[in-house]
Design a protein around this ligand. Structure first.
Ligand code: ADP
Ligand code: MG
Ligand code: MG
Length: 888
């Protein structure tokens, strides 16, 4: 059987599946000769076995002991040795980084005897006892699952007793006392004493790390990030490097470029005399790398050299964790760093310009989702609002909401529809649900690498952290501003994650510079760097992509914006809105009409109105194809509400004011009333049930096109028939359309090409696509209805009822209305595409459902060989970028 344990020397960064991201990168750094404390990794195989069977796989503990023995030999120290003990960390690390979501236990191997040995050996009893109290605290909290406050309260009490505020001001006796108190807590709360046997500590810590894979917060994080639930975590066991050995020691976190803006140059936080978890937890405010340069120039230089090497090796921005033990630098972690959307674009284009990566790679490092984020509005500056405090610009965006001071309240208020800003001194992984719910996150402590900042960036949530001037009191539920005034829960505040500013009240928001660029209002050459980066990436994407991008637009304004945003046509112009407003009365008359003649009168009135709408659309699109969908929704949607009308008629009759018209209308409403309107009289069925309706619409489209052409313009009409399930339905309608087209051509004597196609939005249409293609020039997949009819889900009902349950149970990872269900609905798309093209090689294929703007789904449509996707105008740049990404 394959071994469950691998030395750092034997792995590489390619082995994230087996060793997890942390383990694989520790191995990679070790092989590069970068100073990494020695150690080994327990594989994800072992974890998966444990999770499946509830116990470690046979042979695991034997292997671990053998590797501990090797490590002991190498280090010349033994785990738990009362003379000179070896201490190790036990660190989680899954394939995909889940910052702070799982557990890590430091200083494993200490005990009542070993702590004395460590004190004696290092000549530093304070350090030894500090390490021991940390082990007891982490063991209690993580391995035994005790409430962390039990320990924090004891530390606070010790500080109060000594009259100090910082943990570094506690002396050796305080720490010794704390260790004793922690042992009491452990005995009292867990019913067993803290295990003195180091291998027992080690095994328990490994199991705790395994278990942490299934903690609530880890599971929530995975769902959000779409990380599969069955991967498991690796466990890294590593000799400790001590950052808590006095002023010449410390721990830090750093990035090779700024993770918030992408700007070139290193960025980091450093905390002297601390172990690494203090930096991320934000227990004290950190120093900068520039401060480190002053304190320890040699370590600083070495750190910078290593960072440059890592960036060169990984060919991307890296983040690192490091510890300095008495002037000696150790690297504890590296990975390709998480970054904001702005940083992603800037880093990709900078690396491209620096010649480090190719165009394809640059494109693969930015996503449509990130572009969408950059298109969000931001605060108007100089609008009179004055910042009450400034923290770090940790994750960009403009967020306005009511201040709340705990995560449960944030979730509750958000569910009630109130936007909130979560305000904390610092966040911990237990705040994840609150951070997910909040519009933005504000903390008074911690740097750009604190938990709040890292997690917020990962989720694209606006975050300002380390706003020290704010005095946050989470227990009292308020924060005190520098001028002494108090902001309480429920008061509106605004935070700017791009500048770090905090405002009282609501600040106005303005469009993003990226949107202004797409609108053609700014020249990319003298725009902010992020706009230049977006411009460059769009240029690459447009050059590479095969898939074309159209927009869904029903009016000239939307069509014009879509064209500015790069749409290559309209994939869906709905005609239903053209029947609303004043025209509703005409529809009523149409429905009440008896016989062809009466109907024709209404058609004659509607036609010129429709024609004008279409002229505007064609003009806005300047010769690009425009797909017009004939009337789709059930007719009753245009009629008065049944209950209201019944009441009106009843009242009229009671008062003796009987209205023949209202009575007729009521009869029509009753006649058209349906139990399942979405499966009723709509789409092509309407066209067949009301003779002349679709011919009138087609004539309006084609006359509009003829008028535009006559005026010297261009028009490419594509007429689309909705909800077809059988070729004979389409054939009947097509005859009407082609006849109308012939008459228009003769009357206008212009050259006019038109296409007639159909939506594929019923399973039967997909399954008989080969036949339907005999009569269709194009197919447009209506994936909303196709999802609805394939799953039998009523879109208007299910998303708010049982979908959250389905998501929790993992029945699907994401709603099939958001991302195309490849295996089911997607298969129908592929069958229809394939069989349609068998019949007609030049059959044009597109998508006009919501999925046309969804990055995941766009990849699928590209693979399936479709010609274009169509999405909302605002989403067009996102789709262009994603189409480019799937071509590389
Ligand atoms: P996470 O995945 O949450 O970042 P880590 O496994 O990186 O958890 O551990 C948390 C912190 O513990 C790290 O920031 C690091 O500084 C510290 N740490 C882990 N292992 C060691 C070690 N061998 N020596 C010193 N510090 C360590
Ligand atoms: Mg870490
Ligand atoms: Mg539809």
């Amino acid at each position: 059987m394959a071994p469950f344990v691998h030395e750092f020397e034997s792995g590489s960064k390619e082995q994230k599946d087996l060793l997890g991201g942390k383990g694989a990168n520790l191995a990679e750094m070790t092989r590069l000769g970068i100073p990494v404390p020695p150690g080994f990794t327990i594989t994800t195989d072992a974890c998966r076995h444990y999770l499946a069977h509830g116990e470690a796989p046979e042979g695991l503990w034997g292997e671990v002991e053998a590797h501990v023995a090797t490590l002991e030999q190498r280090m010349g120290r033994r785990l738990g040795d009362p003379g000179d003990p070896l201490l190790v960390s036990v660190r989680s690390g899954a394939k995909f980084s889940m910052p702070g979501m799982m557990e890590t236990v430091l200083n494993v191997g200490l005990g009542d005897a070993a702590v004395e040995g460590l004190a004696h050996q290092t000549g530093d009893p304070r350090f030894a006892w500090d390490s021991y109290r940390r082990l007891l605290q982490m063991y209690g909290k993580t391995v035994l699952g005790l409430d962390g406050d039990l320990f924090e309260d004891a530390i606070d009490a010790a500080k109060r007793a000594r009259g100090v505020t910082a943990d570094v001001d506690l002396d050796v006796d305080d720490l010794r006392g704390l260790a004793a108190r922690f042992q009491e807590v452990i005995l009292r709360e867990s019913g067993a004493p803290f295990p003195q046997e180091p291998l027992e500590q080690l095994r328990a810590a490994v199991v705790a790390v395994f278990d942490s894979w299934n903690s609530d917060r880890a599971a929530l994080y995975r769902r959000r990030e779409r990380i599969p639930a069955d991967l498991g975590t690796a466990v890294n066991i590593q000799a400790m490097a001590f950052g808590n050995r006095g002023a010449d020691s410390g721990s830090g976190v750093a990035f090779t470029r700024d993770p918030a803006t992408g700007e070139r140059g290193t960025y980091g936080d450093y905390l002297p005399d601390a172990q690494g978890e203090d930096v991320v937890a934000g227990v004290r405010n950190t120093l900068t790398l520039a401060d480190l340069e002053r304190i320890d120039p040699a370590s600083y230089r070495e750190l910078l050299e290593i960072m440059a090497r890592l960036e060169e090796h990984y060919r991307d921005m890296c983040d690192i964790e490091f510890t300095i033990e008495r002037g000696r630098l150790w690297m504890l972690q590296t990975r390709v760093g998480k970054r904001t959307a702005e940083a992603a674009f800037r880093i990709a284009t900078d690396l491209l310009e620096e010649g480090v990566i190719t165009e394809e790679e640059a494109l693969s490092r930015v996503t449509g989702e990130q572009l969408a984020q950059l298109m969000f509005p931001h605060f108007v500056h100089g609008g009179g609002a004055e910042a009450v405090a400034t923290g770090m610009a940790a994750s960009p965006g403009a967020a306005v909401g009511q201040a709340v001071f705990d995560s449960d309240t944030a979730v509750r208020m958000t569910q009630e529809g109130t936007p909130v800003i979560l305000v904390r001194r610092e966040t911990t992984p237990d705040d994840l649900h609150g951070m997910v719910a909040a519009r933005g996150i504000l903390t008074s402590r911690g740097g750009k690498t604190s938990h709040a900042a890292v997690v917020a960036r990962g989720m694209g949530r606006t975050c300002v952290c380390g706003a020290e001037a704010l005095d946050v009191d989470t227990r009292a539920g308020c924060l005190t501003l520098p001028d002494g005034t108090v902001v309480r829960q429920g008061e509106t505040i605004s935070i700017d994650g791009s500048t770090g500013e905090v405002f009282r009240g609501e600040v106005d928001v303005a469009p993003s510079p990226v949107v202004r660029y797409f609108e053609g209002e700014v020249d990319p050459q003298d725009a902010p760097p992020v706009v230049r980066a977006v411009h460059r990436m769009m240029e690459v994407a447009d050059r590479r992509r095969r898939l074309r991008v159209r927009a869904n637009a029903d009016n000239a304004a939307d069509a014009a914006r879509a064209a500015r945003f790069g749409a290559e046509g309209i994939g869906l112009a709905r005609t239903e809105h053209m029947f609303l407003g004043e025209r509703r009365a005409m529809v009523e008359r149409l429905i009440l009409a008896e016989g062809d003649e009466e109907r024709q009168v209404v058609f004659d009135e509607l036609l010129p109105l429709q024609r004008r709408d279409f002229v505007e659309l064609f003009e806005a699109m300047g010769g690009r194809p425009v797909t017009v969908r004939l009337l789709d929704p059930p007719l009753h949607e245009f009629l008065p509400d049944l209950t209201e009308l019944s009441v009106r008629v009843a009242i009229e009759d009671e008062r003796g004011e009987h209205s023949e018209r209202d009575t007729a209308l009521l009869r029509a409403v009753l006649r058209l009333h349906e139990q399942n309107p979405m499966l009723g009289l709509r789409g092509v069925r309407l066209g067949l049930a009301i003779p002349g309706l679709f011919a009138m619409q087609a004539r309006a489209v084609l006359e509009a096109a003829a008028l535009v052409v006559e005026a010297g313009g261009q028009a490419r009409p594509e007429i689309m028939v909705p909800l077809v399930g059988d070729v004979r339905e389409l054939r009947a309608i097509r005859e009407e359309i082609d006849a109308a087209a012939h008459e228009v051509r003769v009357a206008h004597a212009v050259h006019l090409d038109h296409l007639v196609g159909t939506m594929i939005e019923l399973p039967r249409a997909a399954l008989t696509a080969g036949e339907i293609a005999q009569t269709a020039d194009f197919f447009s997949f209506g994936t909303n209805d196709l999802t609805q009819t394939t799953w039998g889900f009523s879109r208007d009902d299910v998303e708010s009822s049982f979908f959250s349950r389905y998501l929790e149970k993992g029945i699907f990872g994401v709603s099939p209305f958001e991302t195309i269900d490849r295996t089911g609905v997607g298969r129908l798309v592929q069958i229809a595409a394939w069989e349609g093209r068998q019949t007609r090689g030049d059959l044009k294929l597109g998508v006009c459902g919501e999925h046309g703007g969804d990055p995941e789904s766009i990849g699928f449509f590209d693979e399936s060989g479709l010609d274009y996707v169509s999405c909302s105008p605002f989403r067009v740049p996102v789709a262009r970028l994603e189409a480019g990404r799937c071509a590389v």
